[in-house]
Each structure stands twice: as C-alpha cells, then as structure tokens.
Design a protein around this ligand. Structure first.
Ligand code: TGC
Ligand code: FAD
Length: 392
C-alpha cells in the first residue's frame, strides 16, 4: 500500500467549532492511525484477519469507552470527542472502528448504564484497558431488522439461569472475552446477560467468506444450556428499549466514522487527480473530474455539519433516536457514494490494494447494513415525522 499522505479536508473551517480538547484527541487519534493502522491494514484485509496487535494502541488512545467516566477506566470525554475518535479510526478502516464501537457503545455502555456497581467495577476497567474485549449479541439467524422476534431465551434454574439460542453476525465474537447477550425470560421480556468465554456450552465460531469488513472478526454466538450466574443479569433496564438504547450510541459513532472513510477516499482521489496526466494535462483539470471532486467535498461538508450538531445535542442529552438514524443513514450513504466515485477517479489503480478506496467501499457495504439497515433508518424517520410506524 502507498504511504499514508492523508490531509483532512475542512472546507467550512469546522476546526473553529472544536475546543482544545477535541483537537488534541482528534490529532492524537489521527497520528496513531497513520502510525499503527495504515501500514498494516491492507495486508490484514487481504488475508481476512483482525489485527489483534492494535488492541493495546486503541486502548491507549482512549478508543475504548471515550465517554465512560474516568473512575471506571474510561476517558471521560464528551460526545464530540467520541465522534472525532470514531471518524479518525474509520479513516483508517471501518473494521477497526467496528471493534472500538462495539467495545465502547455496545459492551461498556450497557454495563455502565444498566449494570450494577459490582458489574461496573468488575468489567469496565478491564474493557477500557483492552485486557478484556467484548461483543454484543442482538441479531439472530431469523431476526435481524426485527430483533423483537428473537428466540434466544433463558430460564430461572435456581442459583443460575440456563441460556439457549444463537446469535449471528457478531463483530468481535471470535476473540471476545465477554458477550452482552439479549435474550427473553420465561415471560418473553428481553434482558441483557453478561456471558463469559469459558462458560460450558458457549461457543463462538467465526464467519468466513466476507468480501466486506475483512479486517474485522465476525462470528456466531451459540448457547447450549449455558449456566449464567444470576449476578450476570443487567438489572437496570429490560425490554427492547435496552438494546436499542445502546444502538443510539453506536449509530451516532458511525455517523462520524463514515465521514472518516469518505474523507480518506476524497483526499486520495484529489491527490491522484492532480498527479495523473492524460491528454497532456492532469485529469483534475477536466470538468468531469472536477464535478466529482466538488460534489464529494460538498457532501462531506454537509455530513460534518450534521454530525457536529448531533454531537452538541448528544452533549445536552437532547438527541433523539430518529435524529441519530437520519445522520447514520445520510452519512453512510454519502461515504459509499464517494467511495464509488473516488474509485472511478483512480481508473484501474482504484481497484488495487495500493490505495484504500476499494477497501473502504467494500467495508461500507456492511456499515450501510449493520446497526439498522439503510431502509430501516428511513422508516424510523418516516415513523417520526408521520407518527405512524411502518413496522406494525
Ligand atoms: P418499537 O415499538 O419502536 O420500540 C420497542 C420499545 O423500545 C423503545 N425504544 C427505545 N428505547 C430506548 N432507546 C431507543 N433508541 C429506543 N427505540 C425504541 C420503545 O419506546 C418501545 O418501548 P416500550 O416500553 O413501548 O416497549 O420497536 P419495533 O419492534 O417496532 O422495532 C423498531 C425498529 C425496527 C426500529 C428496531 O427494531 C430496529 O432498530 N431494528 C434494527 C435492528 C438493528 O439495528 N440491529 C443492530 C444489531 S447490532 C449491530 O448491528 C452491531 S454492528 C457493530 C459494529 O461492528 O459496529
Ligand atoms: P434483514 O432484516 O433480513 O433485512 C433484509 C432486507 O430487508 C434489508 O434490505 C432490510 O432493509 C429489508 N427490510 C427488513 N424489514 C423491512 C421492512 N419492514 N420494510 C422494508 N424493508 C425491510 N448484529 C449484532 O447483533 N451484533 C454485531 O456485532 C453485529 N455485527 C455485524 C457485522 C457485520 C459485518 C454485519 C454484516 C452485520 C452485523 N450485525 C450485528 C447484524 C446486523 O445488524 C444485521 O445484519 C442488520 O440489522 C440487518 O439484519 P439482516 O441481515 O437479518 O437483514
């Protein structure tokens, strides 16, 4: 892969809206990505392996639990810093951002928000340091967009629960030490359970043959009469709203992350277009390539503004699920469109691993599907503005 020459576009001088801490966090993440992710990521993606060697670095830059309070090992940052960290990591690779998103928003957040003090103290510091990694099991083979239909269940068996069922498409599953598993009790109410690797009857087979997120490890979670201690129940919240609350945080991170992937594609295409000479002049001097590049920077700028405003609303505790859906949907589609256009700017070179664009493009096909598909987010907006749910 070519050396990482990334220069971040900031067409509307959005840096002026950031405070010193935001810039510090953003710049530290950016230089870590250049140093630790860019040089190795293409090789890992080609061989379809997760680069476990970067876990310690992710923990060091505060990517595990950026907004979790420092008393539990988190970085105690605000939502805009969290977004900027996700943006910079996904600039490197969506799969690496996935690992950080899952650890922060889908594992640490539910333990912090729905767990008791003993659970917070037991798990959060080790998750923040990367000593333990986690995964989040909501999706099932027959229940993806409609998790309310899940069949994974647990029964009261005296001093423990007995957990049965299966989850599919679970990021980090193959190497996770713990799993936050959403399952129904005997009354059909959804609860979160902390399942630990090593519990008898719990296995995590890896999912192979992915053309997307190849540098991320995806797997299944299989529960065959797993005895889960009663202490491992997340007591603070139950019902579908509990996992959906975690998704709010992760989807928000993706709204920022996708901007990172788009910025990398744009920056690569712009540099290439200025250097590549055809018909006696740089292709950047042709009207058609300028149209592509001008539209890219316009869309990136709009997405940046959407994410920044959403971050302000999150900081004030005012962002709604529907606002988060709008930003996730818009920004991921924006990034995917830019990846496709940028790939064309590079001609044949665009399909090679010498450049990051094709990898971003393939990754974004997962990003537009997970954490709620593109269509589901549109329907969340539709329900919000009309007051009528298309799901019922
Ligand atoms: P609905 O009737 O709308 O809601 C059920 C209950 O939940 C409450 N609720 C929320 N509570 C807290 N936060 C939220 N964001 C909430 N949204 C809804 C709601 O008030 C209600 O409460 P109650 O007390 O009335 O029961 O539910 P529905 O069954 O109609 O479904 C709505 C729908 C389709 C939008 C929802 O099921 C959905 O979002 N589906 C998409 C599934 C999804 O996003 N799965 C993601 C899996 S995890 C993943 O992909 C990780 S990828 C990781 C990575 O690598 O980055
Ligand atoms: P389906 O729900 O079967 O949807 C198929 C198509 O039908 C989609 O286009 C969808 O938009 C459309 N559709 C569905 N319902 C409607 C409707 N009512 N109206 C109109 N169209 C509709 N899940 C986890 O729990 N944890 C993870 O860590 C995780 N990581 C993932 C990693 C990867 C790489 C991938 C690909 C997925 C991951 N997922 C994870 C699962 C992901 O959240 C689901 O794939 C996603 O929610 C969609 O579910 P599905 O694949 O079953 O598609």
């Amino acid at each position: 892969m070519k050396p990482d020459l990334f220069e971040a576009p900031d067409y509307y001088l959005l840096d002026d809206l950031l405070d010193e801490e935001h810039k510090l966090v953003r710049d530290a993440t950016r230089s870590w990505v250049k140093r630790a992710v860019s040089p190795i990521i293409e090789e890992y993606a080609q061989k379809a392996e997760f680069p476990e060697e970067i876990l310690a670095g992710l923990a060091e830059i505060g990517a595990f639990g950026p907004y979790i309070p420092e008393q539990y090992g988190g970085a105690g940052l605000d939502q805009i810093s969290y977004g900027l960290i996700m943006q910079e990591i996904e600039r490197g690779d969506s799969g690496v951002r996935s690992t950080a998103s899952v650890q922060s928003s889908l594992v640490m957040y539910p333990i912090f928000a729905y767990g008791n003090e003993a659970q917070r103290e037991k798990y959060l510091p080790k998750l923040a340091s990367g000593e333990w990694m986690g995964c989040f099991g909501l999706t099932e083979p027959d229940h993806g967009s409609n998790p309310a239909g899940m069949v994974t269940n647990f029964k009261d068996a005296g001093d423990h629960y007995l957990l049965n069922g299966a989850k599919l498409w679970i990021s980090n599953a193959p190497f996770a030490d713990i799993a936050i598993v959403w399952a129904k009790n005997e009354e059909g109410r959804i609860h979160g359970l902390i399942v630990e690797r090593g519990m008898e009857g719990f296995s995590t087979p890896e999912t192979h043959n992915k053309w997307s997120l190849r540098a991320s490890a995806t797997g299944e979670l299989i529960f065959d009469n797993v005895k889960v201690p009663k202490d491992n129940l997340l007591e603070g919240k139950s019902g579908l709203g509990a996992p959906l609350g975690c998704l709010d945080s992760a989807r928000y991170g993706i709204a920022w992350g996708a901007i990172g992937a788009a910025m990398d594609c744009y920056d690569t295409a712009l540099r290439y277009a200025k250097e590549r000479v055809q018909f006696g002049k740089p292709i950047a001097g042709t009207q058609l390539q300028q149209k592509k590049l001008a539209e890219m920077i316009t869309e990136i700028t709009k997405a940046q503004l959407l994410a920044f405003r959403l971050g302000q609303l999150r900081n004030e505790g005012r962002a709604t699920t529907a606002q988060i859906s709008m930003a996730k949907r818009n920004n991921v589609e924006m990034a995917l469109n830019i990846a496709r256009e940028a790939r064309q700017v590079l001609g044949g070179m665009g399909i090679t691993g010498e450049y990051s664009i094709m990898r971003h493009m393939m990754n974004l096909e997962s990003v537009i599907t997970y954490e709620g598909t593109h269509d589901i987010h549109l329907l969340i907006t539709g329900a919000d503005i009309t007051g009528i749910s298309a799901f019922k």
